[in-house]
Design a protein around this ligand. Structure first.
Ligand code: PEP
Ligand code: MN
Length: 300
């Protein structure tokens, strides 16, 4: 790895590619995130009801998703907006897993809730607004569950990697990084999707990276294009908001795809995902990454 990167990300030594000989593959039920299979995580922004969630779970699974997303504890921009179903939402997610076999990713917002959410979820999502909450990260790390770490909307790549380092330092190697858009001077879209950030992350860390085009775009029409860009940039998976009736969703309807939109997008992405597979095959033929000599010194 280039010397300059090493210095730039010096606070996150364990997440850098030089710290390990191999890429991290995060085991989630029968899945391997960061492995050969591209993993799509999809579902509603918020869990609204048992019926809603079950219908979505079946539809996203048949379109190719492997993980069901859904918020039970919701960080909302307005304190008056729907805050999530809480424990009831977690139970509905677990029931959807039992019926469909999909793994569950859901957000944990507070340190206090970690044991409860960890009991039901297969992956704990740390939201953008919580990325720098180190006491939450520590508690989530110690739960032993894989962590989906979303980039803060005003966080640099170095900030994101520092947060990932906190999880690794607390004994949990299973971190999936998520690019979900950052705030810039552009206001036409909800956020600015940092595709270059994905490419950079894939070059400097051994951790899997997933792209969240839904929160990046804020508009459903843009989601398929950003998903393609995310795959082309090297992401290992996608996080997509899907709702049967987006205009009446309790949260983030503007950016949610309906079933037809999601199914069509997944079909359109197939050749792009196949290209990623071919590139990974080529990477494997190359020499494995050697441990950077400066890390070797630090580790001995
Ligand atoms: C979400 O995934 O619904 C969410 C709240 O995401 P973020 O933390 O990226 O805003
Ligand atoms: Mn959302």
């Amino acid at each position: 790895m280039r010397e300059g990167w090493l210095e730039h990300f010096a606070d996150a030594p364990d997440v850098l590619i030089g710290a390990r000989r191999r890429r991290t593959i995060v085991p989630v039920l029968d899945l391997a995130v960061g492995g050969d299979e591209f993993v799509t995580m999809a579902g509603p922004c918020s869990v609204e009801s048992g019926h809603q969630l079950m219908v979505i779970a079946h539809r996203v699974r048949s379109a190719g998703a492997r993980v069901l997303r859904g918020g039970a504890f919701k960080p909302r921009s307005s304190p008056y907006a729907f805050q999530g179903l809480g424990l009831e939402g977690l139970k509905l997610l677990a029931a959807a897993r039992d019926e469909t076999g999909l793994a569950i990713v859901t957000e944990v917002m507070s340190e206090r809730d970690v044991p409860l959410v960890a009991e039901y979820a297969d992956i704990l999502q740390i939201g953008s607004r919580s990325m720098e909450n180190y006491s939450l990260l520590e508690a989530a790390a110690r739960s032993g569950r894989p962590i989906l770490l979303k980039r803060g909307m005003m966080a640099t790549i170095a900030d994101l990697l520092r947060s990932a380092q906190v999880v690794l330092s607390n004994g949990n190697p299973n971190v999936i990084l998520c690019e979900r858009g950052i705030r810039t001077f552009e206001t036409a879209m909800r956020n600015t999707f940092d595709a270059a950030g994905i490419a950079l992350l894939k070059q400097v860390t051994h951790l899997p990276v997933v792209a969240d085009p839904s929160h990046a775009a804020g508009h459903r029409e843009l989601v398929p294009a950003l998903a393609r860009i995310g795959i082309a940039a090297g992401s290992d998976g996608l996080l997509i908001e899907v709702h049967p009736d987006p205009d009446n969703a309790w949260s983030d309807g503007e950016q949610s795809l309906d079933f037809e939109g999601f199914t069509a997008m997944m079909a359109d992405l197939e050749p792009w995902i196949a290209l990623r597979g071919a590139r990974r095959g080529e990477e494997k033929m190359e020499q494995p990454h050697s441990i950077d000599s400066r890390f070797e010194e630090a580790l001995t």
